[in-house]
Design a protein around this ligand. Structure first.
Ligand code: FES
Length: 96
């Protein structure tokens, strides 16, 4: 099992390697979406950027093509939670 710490919520969850970051958060009743975007989002299809998070620590795969397009002006540690596969212990900052 791997651990993901959600900094702002001060909660740590455990996930299986290969878990999707957005889905892991939702399954543990943590929202990666700020405010009204909890309702108005693309449900993990990489279209809306409302699930943007910062990977504070831990190793993740490089951005995929969707993230490269949507986040090209953002810091490399900024990712779309719906596109991130968890394969390391992570510390994540949501609602950035
Ligand atoms: S949920 Fe819309 S981009 Fe991730």
């Amino acid at each position: 099992m791997l651990e993901i710490k959600f900094e702002k919520q001060n909660r740590t969850i455990q996930v299986e390697p290969g878990a999707n970051l957005r889905e892991a958060a939702i399954q543990n009743k943590l929202s990666v979406y700020p405010h009204i975007l909890k309702i108005l989002n693309c449900r993990g299809r990489g279209l809306c950027t409302s699930c943007t998070v910062k990977i504070v620590s831990g190793k993740v795969d490089p951005r995929n093509d969707v993230e490269n397009e949507k986040l090209k002006k953002k810091d490399p540690d900024v990712r779309l939670a719906c596109q991130v596969t968890v394969n390391d212990n992570l510390v994540v900052r949501t609602h950035i």
